[in-house]
Each structure stands twice: as structure tokens, then as C-alpha cells.
Design a protein around this ligand. Sequence first.
Ligand code: SF4
Length: 536
Amino acid sequence: MPHVITQNCCNDAGCVDACPVDCIHPRPDEPGYLSAEMLYIDPDKCIDCGACIPMCPVDAIRTEADLEPKFLRYKDLNAFYASESPAPAPRAAIPLTIRTSSRALRVAIVGAGPAGLFAAEHLLTQPGMRVEVDVYDRLPTPWGLIRAGVAPDHQQTKAAAEVFRWTTRRPGFRYQLGVEVGRDITHPELSNAYHAVIYAVGASVDRHLGIPGEDLPGSHSATDFVAWYNGHPDHADQEFDLSGTRAVIIGNGNVALDVARILVSDPATLAPTDIADHALEALRHSNIREVLVVGRRGPAEAAYTTPELLGLANVPGVEIRIQPDEVREASGLKVDVLREVVRQQQSGPRQIILRYLHSPVEILGVNHVEGVRVVRNELQAVDGGVRAVPIDEFETVATGLVLRSIGYRGTALPDVPFDESRGVIPNVNGRVAPGVYATGWIKRGPSGVIGTNKQCARETAEALLEDAVANRLPTPPKNLWHIDRLLDERAPRRLDVRGWNAIDRSEREAGRLAGRPRRKFTNIEELIRTAMSAPR
Ligand code: SF4
């Protein structure tokens, strides 16, 4: 009975190495891994040994016989990938690299999200080397997008953070939470005390539409909305006008689908999740019944992944609709899945309408958003792809809430190189210069899912270790004692592993009492107070 990878797949590829017959693809060393929507098991090669199951941090692997109805389509998707992909090259033996160094290597990692913590894990598990890692984050909480980005109705995906508990217990690991690099401490000061600094700060700024009316009240970035419902302290007090019956989301990536789902989900289904209390309360009073998700290209080119599209079909009481003329000429697996999702719909009191081939040209309103004017596009072939070109057909959609979700970019840090055009730190395989490195979205741009960062971080950590062994790293004149004294002055309320563990325990306990996985604290003072109350 072959095994099947399903919706939650995080691409971390821990299962790949466990498989004795090399039937999980794409492997990190294969082309297409970085852009893969998920990993797939070749049903003709799987020998049903089950070795992959415990290696999956998000419980995404099932036997065919155990597939819940909502995952049945994944059997075909796994088989389809195997049949469409070229025969994989034999897996190269991974040489066991044992590096030795007589001195401890001190590394600062800026950013406590998955990319930073995967890099810490790789560095701290080097045989023959003594490595000390300080992981900085400007928030008093770690886990980056796992905590503040993954939608609350995707609890299984959040389980990926469990692996980081092991990392924080490793000798040499320290958190420096609540410390902002560039404000509390500078890059030169870090370079003075650590042999290397890795930037893993993500790409948190959303791109703008550049159209009239974009700044009207009622027009927001989808990233802000995500941060709000996930309890990010910077967004906990933000307000979104949910009094109208329709919302419009511009862009159709996975974030757009997350936001659409949350907007029309029955709040009773969100109540047992870790959604922020303030968001749950606001959604209980929401009048939104219809969400338009507007993509500029066709359904074959949609930015969302197939698993996220399939996930829409399982939201109770939500009907998925399309405009048939926008889909009629499209073809391909993604379009087939879309048609199936729509065909299998039952009518529901709330709707997500997936619109294609339209771009916004103006957000309408005087003192508040009242509508969006969109133009129809047609697709033109260009350089092996397609381009959306506007034609002279306009439509106005009435709405009081517009959320833009058209991509993200990183921001420059003082004294650190930055590529303004791409919004990343320029690097080669993670190396910016000996002693300075980048990983995650600030290294490669906003692409991939959580597990993609594991391989990305490994590549960066390997570049750093190569430089260490080749004696290319500058020798820092100061040490950690010096850093700690600086931070005692400038960030005296910073939190360490103990502080975060106290927050984590308190949130889980508060959640347990309410029948939820956790109740997030969303106020910085409350977070720090909770951390400080933990016994030393
Ligand atoms: Fe590979 Fe065994 Fe998992 Fe099948 S069950 S994918 S053979 S590890």
C-alpha cells in the first residue's frame, strides 16, 4: 500500500533521506525543488516501509488506505508528479564532513524565524566543531512566520516549530529576543564580537499597487491582516472594517487564499485554533459574506499552490465560484483541480469567488473605500511564459474592504549590503562576504514554503563553515561578554530561552483552559511580564 503526501507538506525534505528506495521527489538536489509546491511519493516505487512517517514534522504522510476523503485527490497528485517528471538521477552519496577547530566559532543570527533557526540547528550539530549561536529577534517571541504568518486553521503546519525546541536545548544556543539589530545594536558591533553574522530577517514589506485610492481607509495590505489575526504585537490594535458584505483581495497567492478563507470561515470553526482573541471577536461580528480574489493572469498561471486550492474545498459553509468565461480556455493540472473544486461545491451562505484576468486600476471612494475598478486582461505569449495585457473592458466592484496581496520584499539594514531592485541582500549561495551571510527570503526572495528554508539555511551555514575552515573569517576583537554588557545597557528587558519558554508555557496553559492549542499574548508588555515571572 503506497504512501501519499498530503496538504500539509512543508517541503522540509526530512522524509527524503529516510526513504530507502528514493521514491520521494523532488529531492533538494534535484531541479525544481525550490519551486516545488510540495513533495510527492512515487506510488510504483514505494515499498510501504513507513520510514518517512516519523520524519515528517507536520504529519502530512498517510498510507493510501488511511486517506481521509478530503485528501483523496493527493493520491492522483503524487502519482501525476511521478509520471510527469523525468527519471531522477541517482542520489549522490553525501560526504560526511568532519571539520575540526580548536576555538569556538561565534555566530549571530538575526531573525528567529524558520530560516534563522534551521541555520542555527545546522551550525550547532557540526561534529568536531564547537559553535556558539546567538539568535536575535526584535520581537520577544521567535518562530517568525510560523507564529505570525501561517493561518490559524492550518494548525498542523505550525507543528513545524516543534523541531526548534531541540535546537534551543543544544549547548551553545542562546536567544536574544526583543533586540532590534540596527536600533539596539549595530552590524559593526555584532561583527566586533562574532566571527560571522547571518541575516534571516525575511521580506516583510508588501508591494504596492501604485494606483489611485490605494491609501484610502479600508485599503490595507493582506500582510497586515494576517499579522492582525495571528496576534502580531505590532498589529494587534489595527482595525479592519468588516461591516460590508463583500471584500476584495488583489492577488491570488497562498496568502490571498488564507485571508479569503479566514474572512468567510464560520468563527465557530476558528474558535478552537490559536487565532488572536481580538480577531476572533471581530470576525464574530463581521458581515462579510463574499470575498473576491482577483488575479491578473489566468487560472493556469495562478500564484496559489494546488494544495491550497484543494484546501478551499473543505471550508464548511463556503462555496467556491468562478466566472466560466475566465477559465474556459485554460488547461493544465491546476485548472483541472479548480474545475473539480467548483464542480464538487455545495451551495453555502458564504462565497469565495476566484476571478482571473483582471487587474485593479483604481480604488474608489471619498473618505473610505467604496469600490474597486478593474480592467480585463488578455494573455500574450512572451519568452516561454505569458503576460497579462489590459484590454479596454472595465468593471466596478462595490466593496468597503480591499486587501492587496501582490508580493513582498525585504528592507535594507544599516551597514549591510542591499539590492534595492530585488529587495534582497546580494549573496552567492548565502555568502555576502566572509563573515556576513544571508538565508531565507532576504537571501532568495519571497518564495517557497516553510521547509524550503531548511535547505536554504543549510547552504548558507555550509558557506560559513567553509570560510571558517579556510580561515577566511575575520577574528573579532571583542567577545560575548562585551555583547552582553552592551545589551544590558540598551536592551535590558531582552528575553532568553527561559523567557520564551515561560511565554510558551503560559500561552499553552491559557489555551488548554479554553480548549485551544494556545491563547496568544499580543501585547509586548504582557509578553515581557509573563517571561519575567518565570522562576530563574
Ligand atoms: Fe519511502 Fe518507505 Fe515512505 Fe514509501 S513508506 S515513501 S518507501 S520511506
